[in-house]
Each structure stands twice: as C-alpha cells, then as structure tokens.
Design a protein. Sequence first.
Length: 260
Amino acid sequence: MHTPEPAIFVFDTPPVLDPRMYAAAFLEPTPDTAKGSKIATASTTVKIEGKEHLFAVPSHAALCLNLSQKAFEKIKEIELSHAFKDTSYGYVSEEKLSLLYELFEQVISNTVFACTAIEAFCNQVIPDDYVYTKKRQDKKCTETYNKDQIERFINLDEKLSTVLPEVTQCNFRKGSSLWNDYHNLRKIRDRIIHVKSTDLGVKESKEKNIWEELLKRKNIDCSIIAHKIISIFKVEVDPSESPVASGRNRWIDHFPFKHS
C-alpha cells in the first residue's frame, strides 16, 4: 500500500531547511551535483495573477502543530492574575477585558490547532489504496471504507484506536494516560467548535461554562499532547516508492520548530 508523492523538485540545499516540509530528502553527491548539495522535495504550484509559482509542499499537520505551539508561547506571556487583579467580585474591568480575551483566543488556538494536527496527520498517513473493514453495530454484516470515505465518515477516535494501528502496526492504547489526555483535548475542542448557548454562560446550565474550562487548561500545552500522539505511529516507507519517501514526516523529529 502506498500514497504517491506530488511532483518531485530538486534544488540547491538552503542554509536552513524549513522543518515543516511535507517531505524532503538529501541527494547523494554525483559528478553533476559535486559543486553543491542538492535536495529533493514534494512540490506543487499555485497560480497568482496569471503567473505560476512552484514551492515545496508543507505538511498541513506540521503547520497546525506549529500554530498550536506558538499560541502556547503567547499564553505563557499572559499572567492571569493581572486580569483579575483589584477587581470586585463578579466584575472584570473593561481595561482588563482585552487581556482576558487575548488569553481565551490563545487557549482556543492551542487546543483547536492541536486537534486539527492530529486529524491531518491521520488522513495523511492512510495509504491511497487502503481499505478499512468494520462490523456494523448489529454485527449482521460488515462495511468497507476506502481512503476518502475513512477521511469523511470515520471519527478521529476510531482512526487513532483502529485505523492507524492497522496501517502502521503501532498501537495507541485506550485507557492509557496519553489516551486520556487526548480524550480531554478532543472533548474541549468539540465544545469550542460546536459551541452552544449554555457553553457561553448566557443560559443556566449544570455544566461549567466553556470560559472556566479554558482557564483551567491554560497551563496545558496541547501541541505537546498532539506531538506525542503523532510520534506513536512510525510510518514504514519503501525507498523505491519515491525519491523523498524516506523524508516523509521528517517534521515530526524537528518539533518544536523554533526558527519558524
């Protein structure tokens, strides 16, 4: 089973190779390349104002993971006590609201982009010719899903617990501490994406409003949780499959991307 790479482009190795590339491989020196190092990458083009531009494809999962990590760096700069300092009970001054709202925005970004990185990685790893077979709930027959159907109709829990272990032969055990971290991450992400009036605190509810939950999570870096999960699934590659097959997902080993 395999997933073909996009077009391959060879260029001179830059002083700093951006670790967020989808796939990249250093080429062995040859008489033609002896004057300088070369690198091959998966590439694509975009058409802007009538002109085509070629560039190395980024990993969508890497971009989302980086956005999540950057948000946490900003969270660490915000001292929560400053938002509530010298305020009477039940009231945060207008002067401090912008600080509090900034904190909410960064916690949301850290959470949502971390979860998106996990799902983007799952979809990326599934081979184009992979077929997932599962029993229906009534157990009377089975259902089969191709890659496109898996991406669309199989939820993230099932991708992580069943699909990716089948694809990679690596297990992500339910009930482990990391699975519990993931479960809590996915729950708060779902509340953020599918927010309801009761979540916002504008209606009475037995559940705590989402703002309190976000503040409780301000010291949890979701990008680290996502990276730990992604790192479980070591993808076996066939070097003959593509010149850059061995460099696919190299970004995983370079996280966090400090220079980006």
